[in-house]
Design a protein around this ligand. Structure first.
Ligand code: MTE
Length: 324
């Protein structure tokens, strides 16, 4: 894929328009106390959810990044989610992720970089030129959606911290805050928190790899991985780690949550591939959301989720059944 930056309409750095009114914890507690309902405090021990805010993003700046497929409705993309920190049902994240405080937020960039440091929420939301990218998104569980994400290339973020010559991989971690994440407190939880993912450095630097701060023109709702998540459109969805707090450059392949849990089922690469079945189900087809029992909306899965022209070169000479 080519990025002809000279031809791009260089729109000024993105702006965030804050929602004029949102409730904070203090106001809520005050209101509750005034109404004589101080006993509701356990519900109020979290910051109130912040309503999604409008984002300004440049349109169509990346050649080959705009899927032509019809968009998945907002309600499906933000109501049918995987975010195990909040439970294992598809409706749990939308129901419970509001408990996560996303402001203040900071992301630490460390390891094999010449300038280690931190990004805070303002740097993340205002410090990069945002673009809209309409990507197909394919979960390993064989459902898929098409989402207009808003974000910036991970390569832009990494460049600021200047990867060292010996950096080969990038390791990511999600926030782990038990008090706000009911799924991490569950006795049935088998993940060794925090949720971890990783990419090879050349995958991380690929122009399709998006650090994502929004969808449908607005900031990410918590269930979608606010305030910052990864989206790697040619890989199964579990590589697209949510609510990132740590980015570490390493010279060794990092351990990832799913690989640790079930190494025969979930590999490090996890490129979408209809020719390599999951040990327990076929990957030939997918259910495109919205999908129901009566209208399954079943379509064939494409190799590299249809992004082969851009990314197949990254895996030249590799046996994709071995490196699944
Ligand atoms: N990131 C974290 N921190 N926790 C998770 O449980 N689930 C992954 C990925 N990122 C997950 C995560 C999986 S399995 C998928 S399919 C996608 O998020 C789902 O993204 P979506 O809910 O926005 O569709």
């Amino acid at each position: 894929m080519t990025r002809k930056s000279a031809d791009w309409p260089r729109i000024a750095s993105s702006e965030i328009t804050p929602e004029s009114v949102w409730l904070n914890r203090r106001n809520l507690i005050k209101a509750a106390a005034a109404g004589g309902v101080a006993t509701v405090v356990p519900e109020l021990s979290y910051a109130a959810p912040q309503a999604p805010r409008q984002l300004n993003a440049a349109q169509g700046v990346c050649e080959g990044c705009q899927a032509k497929d019809p968009l998945t409705p907002y309600e499906d993309a933000t109501g049918y989610n995987n975010f195990y920190e909040f439970g294992t049902d598809k409706s749990d994240p939308a129901e419970h992720a509001h408990a996560m405080t996303v402001d203040p937020w900071s992301v630490e960039v460390s390891g094999l970089v010449k300038k280690p440091g931190k990004l805070n929420l303002e740097d993340i939301l205002g410090g990069f030129d945002l673009e809209e990218r309409i990507y197909r998104f394919r979960c390993v569980e064989a459902w898929s959606m098409v989402v207009p994400w808003v974000g910036f290339p991970l390569a832009d973020l990494l460049a600021r911290f200047e990867p060292s010559e010996d950096a080969r991989y990038v390791a990511f971690k999600t926030l782990y805050r038990r008090s706000e994440m009911r799924g991490t407190r569950s006795f049935t939880s088998t993940i060794d928190w925090p949720y971890r993912e990783g990419l090879r450095l050349d995958e991380a630097m690929h122009p399709l790899t998006l650090m994502t701060v929004g969808l449908y023109g607005k900031t990410l709702p918590n269930q979608s991985g606010a305030p910052l998540r990864l989206v790697v459109p040619w890989k199964y969805g579990f590589k697209s780690i949510k609510s990132i707090v740590s980015v570490e450059l390493t010279d060794r392949q990092p351990r990832t949550s799913w690989q640790e849990l079930a190494p025969r089922e979930y590999g490090f690469y996890s490129n979408v591939n209809p020719d390599v079945d999951h040990p327990r189900w076929s990957q030939r087809y997918e259910r495109r959301l919205p999908s129901s029992l009566f209208k399954p909306n079943r379509i064939p899965t494409q190799k590299f989720n249809g992004y082969g022209e851009q990314v197949a070169g990254l895996y030249e000479g590799m046996d994709l059944a071995k490196y699944y």
